[in-house]
Design a protein around this ligand. Structure first.
Ligand code: ADP
Ligand code: MG
Length: 305
């Protein structure tokens, strides 16, 4: 598989802080790669290094097979949406885009710019000043700016954070469309659930290193074998004492069990324990109305560990 970005043992220190402590990753042609980590983890720092804004401390990387000291030769093939954008707030949307387009030697016509604005969901906002744009609209025009020059590699720093759900869906769809048209996309987010919806592979940055790397499915598999939490709604209510009683009677493997107002919450080691427990509940004459397994949150597993 052809790789577009290859990062090897990349380190970045700011004065006294080690932000990146040896990053290794590859982004393959045509994939959506999601780079996720808490705020302050170092995601933007990596993007700044990859785009030549910030110098690395050590390590190396290649983009389109070009070593990092020859980045200028491949910059034309990269489009970047920075997290903090310096938009020309007094300019109208259309004029801003055309101005940026001229800087990147984008050769499109007037209709081409209008088309691009439409593509990112800014139809009708061409003649509005950017300072009057909503937060979501500013994100959208930043994405449009990243698409100028028709780059093969599109780097988007937090394209969906802080957006209302509708705009987030719009941008997710736009990212899928870009991928379908053959682009390679590197994006960041501080939200793992969000990023695993659109990424083919995910890298989780934590404490300066990539803690986990893989497809969303692979990441979920790693999680198997760890604790599974679920809640049960019963009548009468399952008290903590009752849980203990059932645990002893049936030798159940309950790691944690607590009765609450209308439901009880339990944690077990393996999925097979769930039917054993529900059977024990029913056998004891308690009516079982609902078993609700916690939605597996990758966030809990990797990012808070
Ligand atoms: N120019 C800088 N000088 C010193 N520290 C910086 C600088 N830029 C970022 N940092 C620090 O590096 C860390 C990572 O920041 P950043 O890459 O912006 O994280 P993220 O994008 O994941 O939220 C933070 O602790 C931040 O304060
Ligand atoms: Mg950032």
């Amino acid at each position: 598989m052809e790789s577009i970005v290859q990062v090897k043992n990349l380190r970045k220190e700011y004065r006294n802080t080690d932000v990146l402590k040896g990053i290794n990753l590859t982004v393959n042609k045509g994939e959506v790669f999601g780079f996720v980590g808490h705020n302050g983890a170092g995601k933007s720092t990596l993007i700044h290094i990859l785009t030549g804004i910030v110098n690395k401390t050590s390590g190396s990387f290649t983009i389109f097979d070009m070593p990092d000291n020859e980045l200028n030769t491949v910059k034309r093939k990269m489009g970047v949406m920075p997290d903090i954008t310096n938009l020309y707030h007094n300019m109208k949307g259309y004029n801003f885009l055309k101005y940026m387009g001229e800087l990147t030697e984008d050769k499109r016509s007037k209709a081409g710019y209008t088309e691009l604005l439409k593509k990112v969901g800014l139809e009708g906002a061409e003649d509005q000043k950017i300072k009057s744009y909503s937060f979501g609209m500013k994100k959208k025009i930043s994405i449009a700016q990243a698409l100028l020059g028709d780059p093969e590699l599109i780097i988007l720093d937090e394209p969906t954070s802080g957006l209302d759900p509708e705009s987030a869906i719009y941008i997710r769809n736009l990212i899928s469309e870009l991928q379908k048209s053959g682009k390679t996309i590197f994006l960041t987010s501080h939200n793992l659930d969000e990023i695993e919806r659109i990424s083919d592979r995910v890298g989780i940055l934590s404490n300066g290193v990539i803690k986990k790397f893989g497809t969303p499915e692979e990441l979920k598999k790693v999680e198997e074998g760890s604790n599974i939490g679920f809640s049960v709604r019963t009548i009468p209510m399952l008290t903590t004492e009752k849980i203990e009683e059932l645990t002893n009677l049936h030798q159940l493997n309950i790691i944690f069990g607590e009765g609450r107002q209308t439901s009880a919450r339990l944690i077990v080691k393996s999925e097979e324990d769930i039917p054993k427990i529900t059977k024990a509940i029913v056998d004891s004459g308690i009516s079982l109305y609902e078993v609700k397994i916690d939605e597996k949150s990758l966030e809990d597993v990797f990012m808070n560990a």
